[in-house]
Design a protein around this ligand. Structure first.
Ligand code: 5BU
Length: 275
């Protein structure tokens, strides 16, 4: 696709959704395509990791439902850090229900995700009504949605025609759907012709990224930033344990790992846009 050689900054104008624009602007300004996934269960550790990686990331990805001592002051502190370090927030909620239910899950409950998360995501499995449901809450707030068109795990069922149909669903809701959680581009999954039109500059955010190991004991599979950004044409690398490792208390180590992944991701991107 022609977007592979455009800079993140040039691509801002391809988007009308405020969350998509914000993310691309941050990537261009901070020169980073790294998102850190902060999958820890204690508020204190969660905030310490985010403060440590903040300078190196365009986006912080959360699973807010794993925090044991959650209260709304945590959200305020997360928002303060997002202003301090200039990153967007992505709650990796993976909605998967009927439109009416997901609208309630997104707006209400303990976490009130739509009120603070710039970006969230959904499984396309229920069909287009999941997008209308989430959009009824998120669009008026300027939020953006990613569809899960592929997964990083061994044996994932989101392949072939499922992935192609996810892209078609996204194209029918271009105002709210800003891109995909996926492992490759639309061309990479074999879509061509009418299915890949030039104004469809979807963002591709990719989990399953690691430099030191190939996977974990529970089906996760890792590829390198170079494979993801340069060879597969994705836009954002999402890294969790590769950065905060086994000891989330070691701030200096976390900072060094974040810098290492940021540099690897940016180098792969520069090679891509100049190819
Ligand atoms: P890791 O520690 O880098 O393996 O964490 C990966 C994160 O990305 C974790 O929060 C997962 O829930 C998330 N993830 C994923 O790993 N693979 C996928 O296909 C999707 C999400 Br979708």
């Amino acid at each position: 696709s022609s977007f592979l050689r455009q800079t993140y900054g040039q691509r801002v104008q391809n988007h009308s959704n405020p969350a998509a624009k914000q993310l691309l602007e941050i990537m261009e300004k901070k020169k980073t395509n790294l998102a850190v996934s902060v999958d820890v269960t204690k508020s204190k550790e969660f905030l310490a990791i985010i403060d440590a990686v903040g300078p190196f990331v365009c986006l912080v990805k959360t699973h807010v439902d794993i925090i044991e001592d959650f209260d709304h002051s945590l959200i305020q502190q997360l928002q303060d850090l997002s202003v301090k370090h200039d990153f967007a927030i992505f709650e990796d909620r993976k909605f998967a229900d009927i439109g009416n239910t997901v609208a309630l899950q997104y707006s209400s409950g303990v976490h009130k995700i739509a009120s603070w998360s710039h970006i969230t995501n959904a499984h396309p499995v229920p069909g287009p009504s999941i997008i209308s449901g989430l959009s009824s809450v998120g669009l008026p707030l300027g939020r953006g949605l990613l569809l899960l068109s592929e997964m990083s795990t061994k044996g994932a069922l989101a392949v072939g025609s499922y992935t192609v149909e996810a892209v078609r669903m996204a194209r029918a809701h271009r105002d709210f759907v800003i891109g995909f959680i996926a492992q490759r581009t639309m061309e990479g999954i074999g879509m061509q012709g009418d299915d890949v039109v030039d104004n469809d500059d979807f963002l591709i955010l990719t989990p399953g990224v690691g430099l030191d190991v190939k996977g974990d004991a529970m089906g996760q599979q890792y590829r390198t930033p170079r494979e993801v950004i340069l060879e597969s044409g994705c836009d954002v690398i999402i890294v969790g344990r590769g950065i905060y490792g086994k000891d989330p208390g070691l701030v200096e180590q976390i900072r060094a790992q974040a810098k290492r992944y940021m540099d690897a991701g940016w180098e792969a991107y520069q090679e891509r846009i100049s190819s």
